[in-house]
Design a binder for this molecule. Sequence first.
Ligand code: SF4
Ligand code: SF4
Ligand code: FES
Length: 246
Amino acid sequence: MAEYTFTIRRFNPAEDKEPYEKVYKVPKLASIVTILDALNYIKENVDSSLSYRHSCRMAICGSCAVRVNGKPALACITKIVHLGTDSIKLEPLAKYPVIKDLVVDLEPFFEKHKAVKPFLINKKENISTIEPDSELKQTPEELELYLQFAYCIKCGSCYSVCMGTPDLSEGFKEGFLGPQALAQAYRYSFDSRDDGFEERLDVVASPEGVFRCHFAASCSAVCGKGCDPALALQLLRRAVLFGKKH
Ligand code: SF4
Ligand code: SF4
Ligand code: FES
C-alpha cells in the first residue's frame, strides 16, 4: 500500500536530553486527509506515546498549530495532498517552550496578548441597563473595520515566525509584543463599541509596540484564519501617529 513518510520531532523534557526525530509510515487511506488525521493514525496504531494537541478539528480552537515542512499550519485543516510531497516533517512551533513532542506552552504568548487589554472598554454605556432593542449596534461598515482580526483563534503561528519577537522558549520575555497581540489591540480599538484606544496607547506606542514591526508580513503569510496582522499593525501605527480618525 502507498504510504506517507512522517518525520516527527520528539522531545520529552522529563526524559530526553535533546530532541530527536522519529520516522513513521502512514498508509494512504481515504480516511487520512489532514495532518491531524495522520497524527491520530500514528497515535492509535503505531505509537501511543506521541503527544500533540487538538480539540475542535475545524480551525476554531487554535490548539493544533505545528510546523509542517518548516511552516506553521493548523494540523486539522492542512490537507496532506496540498503539500505536494509524501515526505512530511512535523515540528513544534518555534519560539515556545516544548511541553512534549508537538505540544508547546502558549502561556508566555498569552501574557503578551493580555498586555493590550483584549476586551471592549466601553465608557459610554452601563451594559446592565441597556434595553434589548437599544443594544450597542454597529453598521456593516463599522463591523468591516475590524472583522477579519476578530477571526484570530490565538494559535500562536504568527508569533513563531516574526523576526522581531523574542524567543519565549525559556518563558515570558519582555520585548516586541508581536503580531497577534498588536493586531488584537487594533481589533478592539477600532470596534465602534470600544473607548479604550487611549488606554492601550502606553503599550501600543511603547518601544515594544507597533514601531518595532519590520513589515515583512511573514505573520500574515502563515495565518490559517486569513487574518492580516501586518496590515493591522500598519493601521495601528497610523492611528498612533495621526489619531484614529485619519
Ligand atoms: S493572527 Fe492568525 S496566526 Fe496569529 S494567532 Fe491569530 S489565528 Fe493564529
Ligand atoms: S510584519 Fe511585523 S509583526 Fe508581522 S512578522 Fe513582520 S515584524 Fe513581525
Ligand atoms: S483542532 Fe482546533 S484549530 Fe485545529
